[in-house]
Design a protein around this ligand. Structure first.
Ligand code: NAP
Ligand code: HSE
Length: 447
C-alpha cells in the first residue's frame, strides 16, 4: 500500500525528511511505501541542495493539505500561524499529522489533540523534543507503567553548542551563535533558543506526556543564556562546575490524584509541579556535565523504573528527520495493518490524551541550591556580614569565596545548600541593602 506524504516546509528538517524518503535502500522496507506527493515552500526560487522534481513544489500549503493524494501531512514549516490552522485543517480532513513544531504543540497541543481524538487521527511529534533522541514515544509507551517524578535535562541544542564552545575554546557568543544558525540548529528567530523559550516549549510538552496533564505554556518561568556573564562561566569552572541550560519538570507533592484512579480531578486536587528553564551550575562529576556540543540529554526519573537517561543529537537535519520519519512509519505501519479501519479506534498510548489536571507551584515555595556573585567593597568583615544575613534567613551556605580584589572592590561568590526560595530571596534583599554591597551581579541555580 503506497502512502502519500505532503510536506509543509523544505528547510533544514523538511529537506532531511525528503532525503530519507528519496533513499529507501537499507532502511525499513516500509520506507519504500512512502511517496512524497507535494511540498510547500515560501520561495520557489530559493536554491536547494536537494534536487526534487520541481512539479512537487508549490507555495500554497493548503493545497498540500487538501491534495487527495496526501495521506499524512508533515508540518515542518515552523511558527504558530499558519502552522496551527494547517494542522487543524489536515485533521478535519481525516489526515494524520506529523510535526516537529514544539512552539505550536506547547501552546495549542490540547486543542490539536482534542480535534485529532474527535476525528480519530494521530498527531505525532517525536521530532519536537530532543531532535534525534527518542523521548516522546518512550514517555508515552515504554515508561507508561511508571509514576514519573522528574524529567530534567538539556533540551536545546543551540545553547548547548554555544556554551560548550565558549567553555572549551573561549569562543565569542555571537560567533558561535552564527555557526549554530549556519549548521541549521537554531530556530528561524534564534531568540527562542538563547532566551530559553524553545526549551520551555519542549519542557511543556514533556510535562504533559510525563504527568498526563498540561500546564499553560506562558506560566513556565524561562531564563536563557543571553544574559549569562562569561565571568560566571569562568568562576563556575574554578569551583568545579560547568554551566548548562537546564529544563526541569518535577512532581512536588502527593495528592489524591496520585492514587491513579484515572479520573480527572478538580483543579484543587491537581498534581502540583515545579517546571522551569534556567542556566544552571552542574557539578563536573554529574552525567549532564559531559553532554556537549549540539547533543541533548534527558533524565527521566520514575517509580519503579528509577533513573533513565536519553542522550543524542538534539538538532540538525539528519537527527530531526530521523524522528519525523519514525512517526511517519508508525502511522504507515498502523495503516498497513488495519487498512481503512486505521482511524476506527486510536491506540490510547500512541495518541496520548491527558487524564488529569496539573498546576505550577508558587516558585517561592520551591527549594534549590544557588550561586550568587556579589560586588562589594574590599574591607574586613564583609564576608562575615553576608554570612550572617544568609544565616538569619535560614539559608545554609556551602561555600563563600572572594575571587578578585582591587583597592576599591571585591567579588564574592556564594554557593548555598538546598534552601527554600522564599528564604533565599529574603536573604538576598537584606544583603543588597548592605552599604558594603555595590550589587548582586549574578544569581544562578546550582544542581
Ligand atoms: P527552516 O529551515 O526555516 O524551514 C522552514 C521551511 O518552511 C522552509 O522551507 C520555508 O520555505 C517553509 N515555510 C515557512 N513558512 C511557510 C509558509 N507560510 N508557506 C510555505 N512554506 C513555508 O526551519 P527548520 O529548521 O527546518 O524547522 C522547521 C520546524 O522544525 C520548526 O518548527 C522547528 O522548530 C522544528 N525543529 C527544527 C529542528 C532543527 O534542528 N532545525 C529540530 C527540531 C525541530 P522556504 O524554504 O521557501 O523559505
Ligand atoms: N533550535 C532547536 C535547538 C532545534 O537548538 O534545540 C531543535 O529542536
Amino acid at each position: 500500500m503506497t502512502i502519500g506524504i505532503g510536506l509543509l516546509g523544505l528547510g533544514t528538517v523538511g529537506a532531511g525528511v525528503a532525503e530519507i524518503l528519496a533513499t529507501p535502500r537499507g532502511r525499513h522496507p516500509l520506507v519504500n511505501n512512502l511517496a512524497l506527493r507535494r511540498v510547500a515552500v515560501r520561495d520557489l526560487n530559493r536554491p536547494r541542495p536537494l534536487q526534487l522534481d520541481p512539479g512537487l513544489l508549490c507555495t500554497d500549503p493548503q493545497a498540500v493539505v487538501d491534495d487527495p493524494g496526501v495521506d499524512i501531512v508533515v508540518e515542518v514549516m515552523g511558527g504558530l500561524e499558519p502552522a496551527r490552522s494547517l494542522i487543524l485543517r489536515a485533521i478535519a480532513a481525516g489526515k494524520a499529522v506529523v510535526t516537529a513544531n514544539k512552539a505550536v504543540m506547547a501552546r495549542f497541543g490540547e486543542e490539536i489533540s482534542a480535534a485529532a481524538a474527535a476525528k480519530g487521527v494521530y498527531v505525532l511529534l517525536e521530532a519536537a523534543v530532543g531532535g534525534g533522541i527518542p523521548i516522546i514515544e518512550p514517555l508515552k509507551q515504554s515508561l507508561g507503567g511508571n509514576r514519573i517524578t522528574r524529567v530534567s535535562g538539556i533540551i536545546n541544542g543551540t545553547t548547548n553548542y554555544i556554551l560548550s564552545r565558549m567553555a572549551a575554546e573561549g569562543a565569542a557568543y555571537t560567533d558561535v551563535l552564527a555557526d549554530a544558525q549556519r549548521l541549521g540548529y537554531a530556530e528561524a528567530d534564534p531568540a527562542a533558543d538563547v532566551q530559553g523559550g524553545d526549551a520551555a516549549d519542549k519542557i511543556a510538552i514533556l510535562t504533559s506526556l510525563a504527568y498526563g496533564g498540561s500546564v499553560p505554556r506562558q506560566t513556565i518561568p524561562a531564563e536563557g543564556i543571553d544574559q549569562l556573564d562569561a565571568r560566571d562561566v569562568a568562576y563556575a569552572d574554578k569551583l568545579g562546575y560547568v554551566v548548562k541550560l537546564l529544563a526541569v519538570s518535577q512532581r512536588i507533592a502527593s495528592t489524591p490524584d496520585d492514587d491513579a484512579s484515572g479520573d480527572a480531578s478538580p483543579a484543587a486536587d491537581a498534581l502540583m509541579l515545579d517546571v522551569r528553564v534556567h542556566p544552571t551550575l552542574v557539578p563536573r562529576s554529574h552525567p549532564l556535565a559531559g553532554v556537549n556540543g549540539v547533543n541533548n540529554a534527558i533524565l527521566v526519573e520514575g517509580e519503579p523504573v528509577g533513573q533513565v537517561m536519553f542522550f543524542g543529537p538534539g538538532a540538525g537535519a539528519g537527527p530531526t528527520a530521523s524522528a519525523v520519519v519514525a512517526d511517519i512509519l508508525n502511522i504507515a505501519g498502523i495503516r498497513q495493518a488495519c487498512g481503512e479501519a486505521a482511524g476506527a479506534g486510536l491506540d490510547p498510548l500512541l495518541a496520548a490524551g491527558s487524564w488529569r489536571q496539573c498546576r505550577l507551584i508558587d516558585s517561592a515555595l520551591t527549594t534549590h541550591r544557588n550561586y550568587v556573585r556579589l560586588r562589594t567593597s574590599d574591607q574586613a568583615g564583609v564576608i562575615g556580614q553576608i554570612g550572617t544575613c544568609f544565616g538569619q534567613a535560614g539559608v545554609s551556605i556551602q561555600s563563600i569565596v572572594q575571587f578578585e580584589a582591587d583597592s576599591e572592590a571585591a567579588e564574592i561568590v556564594v554557593i548555598t545548600h538546598e534552601v527554600l526560595e522564599e528564604h533565599f530571596r529574603q536573604a538576598l534583599a537584606t544583603i543588597a541593602s548592605l552599604p558594603e554591597v555595590a550589587a548582586v551581579e549574578a544569581c544562578l541555580r546550582t544542581l
